[in-house]
Structure formats: C-alpha cells, structure tokens
Design a binder for this molecule. Structure first.
Ligand code: ADP
Ligand code: MG
Length: 395
C-alpha cells in the first residue's frame, strides 16, 4: 500500500504568509501524480513535506493508510530523486546505488542482487565501476534514480529530475521514467516540474498550484485532474493560460445575449459577435467577460470572401509567421490589443501583413468572468480537431 493523503496541509516559514494553503489531496496506489506550477509556487515545499524534509505548519500527511506526521523519512517508505542528482563523488556508481542499503544493514548478497537488477533496468551495467565525474548528466540522473529503485520504496518522489539535462536527453529520460513507472507495480510517484509537457505526458493526475503573484490564492491548488481534463475543462483563466503551448488566446468581450444553448459576446477589439456554448444562467447582459480560444481552434478560413463577414469569425492581419515545417504559427495583430496566435497547417500560403479570416467554433471557445473563473461549458469539449476539418466549417 502506498497511497498518499494530504489533509488540510499548510506551510508557513516563520511568520511569513503561508507558502502552502489548505491543500487536500489523494494520490492513489500506483498513481503518477505531478505537482505543476510556475517557479516559487510551493511545489518542492509540498514534496518535501511528504518526504519529512520539511515540517508541516498544519495538517496531516498519510502514507499507506498511516499518519506519518511524526514518522522519520527512513520509515516512510519514500525515496527521493533530486534535480542535482546528489551523488557521492568519491563513490563508484555501484557504491552510490548500494549506499542506502548498506546503511540499512542489508545482507551483502541482497545488495548485490538489487543493485545489479536496477543497473540492468537503467542500462547502467557497464558503468558500475565508474565515478560520477566520468558520467554524462543523463547517466548521473539514472544513477540517482537507481539509488531510489534499489530501496523498493512505496513512493517515489522526484523534484525536477530532468531540468539539468539538455533537450534530447530530457525527452529520452522522460520516456524512461514513464516506462519505469509501469514496472514499479504498486509504487506511486509524485513528480515536481514547472514543465507542462512533462506534466501532460507523464501524469495520471496533475495538481496545478497557483502562481505567487495572485496573493489571495497563492499556495493553493488551482485545479486537480487528468491532463486532458485540465486542458479541455480549465476551471479558471489561470489554468487555461498555464496549460497549453502556445498559450490560449484571451479576448476581452461583453455579453450581448443569453440563450439556452449559448451566450453571445461582442469582442472589444474588432467588434465581432461570437457565440460560446456555455451555461449563461449566472451571467448578465453587458457583463464584462474574457473569451478564451486555443491557437489550434482559431481556424484559418481559406475560401471566404473578405467582404462577407461570416458568423463566428474574426478578421485580423498576420504580423509574424513561425513556420515549423509540420505546422505554422500565425501571429495576428490586434489594434490596441494583445497579439493572437493561430495554428495553421505547415503548407499554408500566407503573406505577411495579409488580412485573414478565422473561425471560432462555439464549442471550442471558453468564457471567463472578470474574477478569472470559467463559465460552465455546455458542449462536451471536442478533442483537438485537425486543421482541415475545422476550417471546413466556414467554407
Ligand atoms: P517551487 O518548488 O514551486 O519553485 P518552493 O517550494 O521551493 O517553490 O518555494 C515556495 C516558496 O517558499 C518560495 O517563495 C520560496 O522563496 C519560499 N521558501 C522556500 N524555502 C524557504 C525557506 N527555507 N525559508 C523561507 N522561505 C522559503
Ligand atoms: Mg522547486
């Protein structure tokens, strides 16, 4: 059993404002849970409280059905892997991996068996006699993970384990960690990162923490859910803006009609009328709102005549084209407003400065109130539709 339960956990350093506020969280056995959020939002603090490296100011931590507030790290059945690897430089790979077991007075033959087994899983067999200085960053991180594996913990705690690696190694090691998790059987994983790609690809469950600037919500959980849940059904503008890259476009607007199946808003910039499939029962006419739409849902309409402004479309000038080959990002000028980003097919023919029409499918639009909360959606969120399919809607 290695489920984790945090109950009303709070942390303040000295008499400063709390860094972690009222965190309630359940992490199931074998679950891969990612703490995600911008730098300084309290991810490491929360992880360290699970590991006993940090005292709680208030609340309870339960591991495997046992209250562990006063149980030392060694008896919690957790193993932590740090960003900095924290290997002993004067010990070989083998000695580094065996160290914890030796301390625990594990019989020599068993140490040998466990270290060799972990080395095999992590492809470190040929490196066991090397010292850390003769290893690449990726190999060092594998040794650090190996050191955790040999202890066969119920819970693996990772604090930004990939952030010192270059992009290629980061990708490879990420896949290795995902594979390892499948082999861990009952062990659960808590993994801290500020990188949403890591979070989206590794997590069963993401815990997104609020950013530090928002003083009222600082240190609390913005949303908990499966990766695609946060992506398609963000509860707030903060979540919508944090998950997804390039980030969601936000357009200031005003409510002009409320119907059973949708709310119509008029955009401040461009003055276009857009229907959004949300439940408007708590909204009022003339209410100030923000319409959110992701770059991949802002679909270029190729065949439309510029003179006829079709429903559910906006017209903007292309100010920058980022051609990535497979796809292109079009940056769109907005007079007096922030630049919008639309995702288009890589072979789209666009001229810089050209005026283009984009459709905004009503079920792909989000609506946020001025205090940042998402208005409840009516239509189930579609999965990301291919560009051609969306643009066909306005031909
Ligand atoms: P993250 O891991 O999300 O980047 P941390 O958990 O490391 O964030 O830190 C959260 C906040 O707590 C930060 O504002 C940081 O400055 C503060 N903090 C962390 N450790 C201490 C400490 N020992 N004393 C005082 N403040 C701290
Ligand atoms: Mg940290």
């Amino acid at each position: 059993m290695a489920s984790i339960s945090l109950k009303a956990v709070q942390k303040a350093y000295g008499d400063q404002a709390p860094v972690i506020r009222e965190v309630d969280l359940e992490i199931g056995e074998h679950e891969f849970c990612v703490f995600l959020g911008p730098s300084g939002c309290g991810k490491s603090t929360l992880l360290r409280m699970i590991a006993w490296l940090e005292d709680l100011s208030e609340g309870e931590v339960w591991i495997g059905g046992q209250l562990v507030n006063h149980v030392p790290a060694a008896q919690r059945g957790v193993a932590m892997v740090f960003q900095s690897y924290a290997l002993f430089p004067h010990m070989t790979v083998y000695q580094n991996m065996a160290f914890g077991l030796k301390l625990a007075k594990t019989p020599k033959a068993e140490i040998e068996r466990k270290v060799r087994q972990a080395a095999q899983v992590l492809q470190l067999e040929a490196l066991l006699e090397r010292y850390p200085k003769a290893l690449s960053g990726g190999q060092r991180q594998r040794v650090a993970i190996g050191r955790a594996i040999v202890r066969e913990p119920g819970v693996f705690l990772f604090d930004e384990p990939l952030s010192n690696l270059d992009a290629t190694l980061r990708g490879q090691t990420r896949i290795e960690i995902a594979r390892l998790h499948q082999q861990f059987k009952k062990a659960s994983v808590v993994y801290v990162t500020h990188d949403q790609i890591e979070a989206m690809t590794l997590a069963d469950k993401i815990v997104l923490l609020h950013a530090g600037k928002d003083t009222e919500r600082y240190g609390s959980i913005a949303q908990i859910g499966a990766p695609l849940d946060l992506y398609h059904r963000p509860k707030s503008r903060f979540v919508a803006g944090f998950i997804g890259s390039p980030r969601m476009n936000f357009l200031p607007a005003r409510v002009v009609a409320i119907a059973a199946t949708h709310v119509s808003v008029r955009l401040d910039v461009g003055n276009e009328l857009i229907e959004v499939a949300v439940d408007g029962s708590d909204l009022q006419l003339e209410q100030v709102v923000t319409l959110g739409i992701r770059p991949e849902h802002l679909a270029p309409c190729k065949l439309i005549s510029l003179e006829i402004q079709a429903a559910q479309t906006i017209t903007r000038n292309v100010s920058l084209i980022e051609a990535l080959g497979e796809l292109s990002y079009l940056h769109l000028d907005q007079p007096g407003g922030v630049t919008l980003v639309a995702k288009a097919a890589g072979d789209i023919e666009v001229k810089l400065g050209a005026s283009m029409v984009f459709s905004l499918p009503s079920s792909s639009c989000h609506l946020f109130t001025v205090d940042g909360f998402a208005v409840a959606q009516l239509a189930p969120r579609p999965s990301t539709l291919p560009f051609a399919q969306e643009s066909a809607a306005c031909v």
